[in-house]
Design a protein around this ligand. Structure first.
Ligand SMILES: NC(=O)c1ccc[n+]([C@@H]2O[C@H](COP(=O)([O-])OP(=O)(O)OC[C@H]3O[C@@H](n4cnc5c(N)ncnc54)[C@H](OP(=O)(O)O)[C@@H]3O)[C@@H](O)[C@H]2O)c1
Length: 352
């Protein structure tokens, strides 16, 4: 599993980045937050690629990353609304949502030089394969276990705990970026097996869709046993698929993964005692998939519960709960209202 990185070979990596240019493709919550941290390094030129509204906001307010009591600011971030300048970049952080990738890939193919490493930070499974099929570049995965939210104009804040999980690599460009994160105090772990981390993150992200379907704040949702039983069943299906694939998903919580379904199924008073940490969340926080539904955007469902369904078919493991969740999200994406009580949802998905 991930190991901590206090002693990166900094001297060795320093030389790699002098006059290097980093492209953040998809200037949104994750891209702006990480880009602001990386911009603190004087030897690295950071360029942001995103929408015009954000360029205007940056011009007025600059960009700030806020975490652990620090505020790292960039006064005039280099911002592009066209992908043409990607040709200048020596390393790319890909931070669009997974749903934007199919549309974006032709432009990446056109403008990113083929030797340039691309580090994809999306949630979900199936990202690397999609990129590797389309791009000649070395593709890496990194995983963001914490939440990032925009807290005011130009300011992106870490809203929960967890280490950025970065791929172990011989490539000194990746090592150099890890050294910058570490130097500026961003909690960071290095992992040799990013597929295990990606699969472990998916286990936790299976709740995103259920939160959107329940239409409740996360804290309230997790205090409802009917909804926890549905989540436990969805997680159990993914763990069975991983077993069939002979992949051991990395654990991103203090508990071993296989205990999570058992913990979730406990009666609520006991769950509250044992899962105190899990419930220490903003009482109004909801999943980003709930936000996507409210905004009428397509969700990342096909890379989350949809990936469980897809790999379940591939391995011959039944995944009826995740399939039903995918279908309900598709209805919500069409603008339909579900109005299912937690008990009705459990009866519909678990059949009891
Ligand atoms: N935010 C979090 O706390 C968090 C935590 C862990 C993991 N993640 C994962 O990280 C990924 C990014 O999430 P996010 O919350 O940072 O998303 P986001 O805020 O929506 O950022 C992505 C940005 O990229 C822009 N974009 C997409 N296609 C573009 C294009 N062709 N040209 C220019 N700009 C383009 C989007 O604009 P439009 O919206 O206009 O398309 C959006 O502003 C997702 O896979 C998410 O699941 C997020």
């Amino acid at each position: 599993m991930p190991s901590h990185t206090d002693s990166l070979p900094e001297q060795q990596t320093q030389s790699a980045a002098i006059h290097s240019t980093l492209g953040i493709v998809g200037a949104g919550a994750v891209g702006c937050f990480l880009g602001a941290v990386l911009s603190q390094d004087k030897a690295l030129a950071v360029q942001f690629f995103g929408r015009e509204a954000l360029a205007i906001e940056f011009a007025a307010y600059g960009l700030t990353a806020s975490f652990g009591g620090q505020h790292l600011t960039v006064n005039a971030p280099a911002f592009f609304t066209s992908m043409v300048s990607l040709i200048e970049c020596d390393v790319i952080l890909l931070t669009v949502k997974a749903t934007s990738l199919p549309h974006l890939i032709p432009q990446l193919k056109k403008f990113i030089r083929p030797d340039v490493p691309v580090i994809a930070l999306q949630n979900g499974v199936g990202i690397s394969v999609m990129l590797e099929n389309e791009l000649p570049n070395p593709i890496y995965r990194a995983i963001v276990p914490f939440n990032v939210v925009k807290t005011s104009a130009g300011t992106f804040s870490m809203a929960s705990g967890g280490d950025l999980i970065w791929p172990q690599s011989e490539d000194n460009r990746l090592q150099y970026l890890a050294a910058i994160f570490a130097r500026h105090g961003l909690p960071l772990s290095i992992a040799a097996d990013m597929q295990a981390v990606e699969y472990g993150k998916l286990l936790l992200n299976l709740n995103n869709a259920l939160n959107a379907i329940s239409d409740l704040p996360l804290k309230q949702q997790l205090q409802n046993r009917d909804l926890r039983q549905v989540l436990a069943a969805a997680m159990q299906e993914w763990l069975h698929v991983c077993q069939a694939l002979q992949i051991k998903p990395g654990s991103l919580t203090r508990l071993p993964n296989h205990w999570l379904p058992t913990l979730l199924r406990l009666p609520t008073p006991l769950f509250k005692v044992l899962a105190g940490q899990m419930l220490r969340i903003d009482p109004f926080a909801r999943s980003s998939m709930w936000d996507d539904i409210q905004a009428g955007r397509r969700t990342e469902i096909m890379y989350l519960n949809g990936a469980v369904e897809r790999l379940g078919i591939q391995t011959g493991v039944a995944t009826p709960v995740n399939s039903a969740i995918v279908e309900l999200i598709k209805h919500l994406e069409q603008g339909e209202k579900l109005s299912l009580s937690p008990l009705a949802l459990k009866q519909q998905l678990l059949g009891h």
